[in-house]
Design a protein around this ligand. Structure first.
Ligand code: SF4
Length: 363
């Protein structure tokens, strides 16, 4: 496809072309001054401040660990798709989950005032220093010994198994999808296996249930069939109901590398996410200074109008009828625009996104 193919390194990773591409610049004004944009370098400073109690530990987590943020995948500061730094503010914002100190247990003595506190403020209280229990009727949590806490949990599990003929089928683990460390997931699945149940669930499944269900029904498997590298080397990427600028920010760097070699990007969503329109990739000098226009086409379908929209796109693609998708809110001209703006795709188009799931900013 590309007139400027990306450069493959000896280790198989891709490195973008260094030659500047002013046609993609957001503005000649350095660093997007005056623009509404994320301030990545400020976020780095804030992360350093938040983790000042354990700077070496924080650095070890970043430089040697995996990410607590999303499933894009990283080892230390590198991934397996591109050369260069892989780091984003989502990961930085979660770093304090690993390094934060213990909370003052007195704030849990009465939970009534905590009902007015936001989730982020609750998390900033700190981690639990020891096991605590709130029994029915109590105003708050009381400290208990580890042995007592373990007895309570083990007793409930034993009782459940005894009531079910020795089966652990009624025992389940539910974990949030962000805000706990990967070690917690690891320990939870280990404990579940030992107890004899496979009931391990987390909030991410609910987020991805629509896409995995649709993929299984349509393709027979519940996983995507393309690699990240495919996205970089495609002619056209369509982000459908996805907000990668906030949910998987390093994917914007992949898109940037693709854009440098001619990739076109279309976004289908009810909301025009500013970060998907224009992005400043902090680890790339050209993009960090001048910004990068990330989207060529935006299609604002109404909520629930996506089926009509794709019907319209397909009809326009195959020229069955000119009355494409009249009910989607923006379709007839849009779908023809989609098919025409990208032009013929000599090598496969990549359709990306998580149907029905539009992640929002931050953890
Ligand atoms: S995109 Fe960000 S949150 Fe996701 S794996 Fe990479 S560093 Fe972590």
């Amino acid at each position: 496809m590309a007139d400027l193919p990306s450069i493959e390194q000896p280790d198989g990773r891709l490195r973008g072309r260094r030659r500047p591409k002013p046609s993609l610049w957001v503005s000649p004004v350095p660093y997007g001054l005056g623009e509404t944009k994320p301030n990545h370098y400020f976020e780095i400073l804030r992360t350093a401040w938040e983790n000042k109690r354990h700077p070496l530990y924080a650095w070890r987590i970043l430089s040697k660990g995996v990410c607590d943020g999303c499933a894009l995948g990283v080892a230390g500061f590198s991934d397996w798709t591109i050369s260069g730094v892989h780091l984003c503010t989502t990961r930085l914002n979660l770093l304090k989950v690993n390094t934060m100190g213990a909370l003052d247990p007195r704030v849990l003595a009465d939970v009534a005032p905590l009902r007015k506190v936001s989730g982020a403020e609750l998390r900033d209280l700190g981690r639990l220093p020891y096991p605590m229990v709130r029994r029915a009727g109590d105003e708050g949590f009381q400290r208990v010994l580890w042995s007592e806490a373990l007895d309570v949990i083990a007793g409930r599990i034993r009782a459940s198994k005894a009531a079910n003929g020795g089966s652990a089928d009624r025992v389940g683990f539910y974990l949030t999808s962000r805000g706990i460390t990967n070690e917690v997931y690891y320990v939870a699945q280990k404990a579940a296996r030992f107890i004899g149940t496979n009931n391990v669930d987390n909030a991410a499944r609910i987020c991805h249930a629509p896409s995995t269900g649709a993929l299984r029904k349509q393709l027979g498997i519940a996983a995507t069939t393309v690699s990240y590298r495919d996205a970089i080397e495609s002619d056209l990427v369509i982000l459908w109901g996805a907000d990668v600028a906030n949910a998987q920010p390093v994917f914007m760097k992949y898109l940037y590398l693709g854009r440098k070699q001619g990739l076109k990007v279309a976004v289908v969503n009810p909301y025009r996410e500013p970060g998907l329109d224009r992005y400043w990739v902090p680890s790339n000098v050209e993009s960090a200074i001048f910004g990068t226009k990330m989207t060529d086409e935006f299609f604002a379908v109404h909520t629930g109008g996506d089926v009509a929209f794709i019907n319209g796109v397909l009809k326009a693609s195959f020229a069955i009828t000119p009355r494409a998708g009249a009910n989607s809110g923006q379709c007839s001209s849009a779908s023809r625009s989609t098919t025409s703006s990208a032009g013929p795709a000599p090598r496969g188009q990549t359709w990306s996104g998580w149907p029905g799931c539009t992640p929002r900013r931050g953890p």
